[in-house]
Ligand binder design. Structure first.
Ligand code: ADP
Ligand code: MG
Length: 680
């Protein structure tokens, strides 16, 4: 059986359907049968009429008390059937379904599934699907609900998938090794595929899902860990000069490094001196001082005769890094330059020429660095700042500009270990778990909306003292249009009503990068008093003079997002404040705000965020660079993830390169998932 065969050869798929299926990224028979339901409707258990509540979807078993009566209305007809079960009488109504007229027989029992409307004591079911008792075409079972595209209906897609599954029935080749199926009591692949689509009972579905999630997470985890093994055993990396001492640059710094920074630097130093490639993730809360680590590593690379590059997500961050680097490194005769898309063509040509000739030691920039014509003479170190903004692919593009350069990935999103292992399983991890001394805690307050007046007065007081403020607008939805509207509305209120005397500006995600950079620069240069923004300011721009942030509708943000946002203040010598304005009285929101007020520690916050994940959007702030999962959900499936991580480590301990016959299938899975779809 050919799983790769074009989906157009599946029964029920005509030319027009092919196009629709392709839109859902279903191209082959295999894609079709692994197009998993989004949810299920349980039409198996019938309820009594008297137990139904208004608005729910329910299955009812009832006797028809009459034939259908038809009511003519201005533009439609209505079909009405009186039914009763043991508890009460009700009505079933359809519209324009004239063919139903002769289908129901008085006294016969049927099963209906549809939406319940209950007004006073009159109960009706609107436009239900139905079966005679004994038949389970539309009811009496669990029905899968698929994510759809325009013009494709549930019924049609369900039928096509049913046909696809009928073709492969019981003939799918097992994808997991026998020993794993046994040891972890997993369903075989045929049962799993059958039951993920058409389970008889919810228990069947659960087992099927468990098996498929297990397989997906195991594949990803194994692939990442194996990648890491490869780096570790690969001796083709650069061994940077042992005689170049980090202390030389550390002594030039205007401050003493924290213990955590020193520890991390030592880990990096060891990596750099070894002939294995470095692939290290540096996690550290906002403000923990990651930039200086990148600088020291770059110093070591340059003094060893190599070039280094730092990629940042925005021009303003790149500029900020450049300034910091130049302050220290220029007097040590290390040449740092900036490459962003805004520089003139002439300057760029000249810069690229010098880069190629090795006349630039450290190149700092934005996505512009990724362009093909950016060529280094001998790139030895690649640093990505705020990793969550870049995908694996972008990281790779930059890395390929050198010959096995060392790689340092920096992120301010603290991640609990279990997740780090699956998100960044191919990397070694270093953590800065300590802030530089004398940082003032950002005072955080949660207030209800009716306190706005007092909040505004407080902001005014700070501005009068020469400070600047951020006002963050709520996320309306995952929808930029409506976010935009909310920014504009809040901007109007603030400029016209609340702070007409101050210089207020707004910034949002839909603006051109250049425009955003300009505004941020103006803010940094104190030409703006109050900056109203969506979450675009989340990424690390340093405006030490801004000491107050007001977050509107803070209840709509996840903890991790709030923490990232808050990190924008508290960067200078001034006492800083974060005010969380909330609406509503949700218990979960109250808990989240309490955590924010109690702690400034990103790791504690991320742990709590996971605990309260119901509303937290842990990944909201990470967006890119995540492995894609077809069925696994890293939150709900945390227990499976933990099991799988243990399994993966055990497998690789016994068979590091997955060469044993018993693991042949695992190699296939990894190839299938990673080599075909994304390039690692
Ligand atoms: P992040 O980890 O968020 O990127 P930065 O590297 O931007 O943090 O550092 C935040 C600020 O702290 C910078 O102004 C930096 O110069 C300063 N800093 C870093 N390390 C120390 C230290 N050990 N002592 C004092 N200040 C430090
Ligand atoms: Mg930073």
């Amino acid at each position: 059986m050919d799983l790769e065969k074009d989906v157009k050869f599946v029964k029920g798929v005509g030319p027009s359907k092919v196009k629709l299926l392709n839109k859902l990224e279903i191209y082959t028979l295999k894609d079709l049968i692994s197009y998993y339901p989004r949810t299920y409707e349980d039409r198996s258990k019938a309820k009594y009429l008297s137990d139904c509540v208004d608005g729910e979807e329910a299955t009812i078993e009832a006797i028809a008390c009459s034939r259908i009566s038809e009511i003519r209305m201005p533009k439609k007809t209505m079909q009405k059937l009186i039914i009763r079960d043991e508890t009460m009488t009700g009505t079933v109504t359809w519209f324009n379904q004239n063919y139903l007229k002769n289908i129901f027989y008085t006294g016969k029992k049927y099963r209906f599934y549809g939406k319940i409307s209950k007004k006073y004591n009159n109960i009706s079911i609107i436009s239900p699907v139905f079966d005679e008792i004994g038949c389970t075409k539309n009811t009496g079972k669990i029905i899968p609900i698929y994510p759809l595209t325009y013009q494709l209906t549930q019924n049609v897609l369900r039928k096509i998938i049913e046909n696809g599954i009928a073709e492969v029935k019981d003939n799918l080749q097992e994808t997991l090794p026998e020993y794993l199926l046994k040891e972890y009591k997993l369903l075989n692949i045929n049962q799993a595929i059958q039951n993920i689509h058409f389970p008889q009972k919810f228990e069947d579905f659960k087992l099927a899902r468990y098996r498929l999630v297990f397989e997906e997470l195991l594949t990803t985890q194994l692939a990442l860990l194996q990648l890491k093994n490869n780096y570790m055993n690969d001796k083709n990396g650069i061994a940077f000069n042992k005689d170049v001492k980090m202390s030389e640059i550390i002594n030039e710094l205007p401050f003493k490094l924290t213990k955590a920074q020193l520890r991390v630097l030592e880990e990096i130093d060891n990596n750099m001196e070894s002939e294995k490639s470095m692939n290290r993730l540096l996690q550290g809360d906002v403000g923990s001082g990651k930039t200086v680590i990148a600088m020291c590593a770059a110093f070591k690379a340059v003094r060893s005769g190599y070039q280094a590059t730092i990629i940042a997500p925005t021009a303003i961050l790149a500029i900020q890094h450049l300034e910091n680097f130049k302050n220290i490194l220029e007097k040590m005769n290390i040449r740092c330059e900036l490459l962003i898309s805004a520089i003139t063509k002439k300057k760029k040509t000249e810069l690229l020429e010098r880069l190629k000739n090795g006349e630039i030691d450290i190149l700092i920039g934005t996505h512009a660095l990724l362009q093909e014509n950016v060529e280094f003479k001998n790139l030895g170190l690649v640093v990505t700042d705020e990793q969550h903004r870049f995908g694996v692919k972008q990281r790779t593009t930059l890395v390929e500009k050198g010959k096995n350069p060392d790689v340092l990935v920096m992120t301010a999103t603290p991640i609990p270990r279990t997740l780090a292992l699956i998100l960044y399983g191919d990397l070694d991890i270093s953590i800065i778990d300590e802030l530089p001394p004398n940082r003032k805690k950002i005072e955080t307050f949660a207030v209800q909306k009716n306190m706005s007046e007092r909040v505004n007065n407080f902001v005014r007081k700070q501005i009068e003292e020469g400070r600047q403020a951020y006002i963050v607008c709520p996320l309306v939805e995952e929808n930029e249009e409506s976010d935009l509207k909310s920014v504009q509305k809040i901007y109007e209120t603030y400029t016209k009503e609340i702070f007409p005397e101050y210089r207020v500006q707004y910034i949002h995600g839909k603006m051109k990068q250049k425009e955003k950079d300009e505004i941020m620069l103006n803010f940094k240069n104190r030409q703006i008093d109050i900056l109203i923004s969506t979450t675009v300011i989340e990424v690390g721009v340093d405006v030490p003079n801004a000491n107050i942030m007001v977050i509107e509708n803070a209840e709509r943000f996840g903890l991790a997002a709030l923490h990232q946002l808050r990190g924008r203040v508290g960067r200078g010598q001034y006492q800083s404040y974060c005010i969380l304005k909330c609406e509503g009285k949700s218990e979960n929101a109250r808990k989240r705000m309490k955590i924010m007020c109690e702690t400034n520690d990103g790791f504690i916050i991320s742990e709590k965020d996971l605990e309260l994940r119901g509303s937290g959007d842990f990944f909201g702030t990470m967006q890119h660079g995540l492995p894609e999962f077809k069925i696994a959900n890293l939150f709900e499936d945390m227990p499976i993830l933990k099991t799988v991580q243990g399994v993966a480590i055990k497998i690789l301990e016994k068979d590091p390169n997955l060469q044993n016959e018993e693991n042949r299938l695992l190699i296939n899975l990894i190839k299938d998932k990673f080599l075909k779809r994304i390039e690692i």
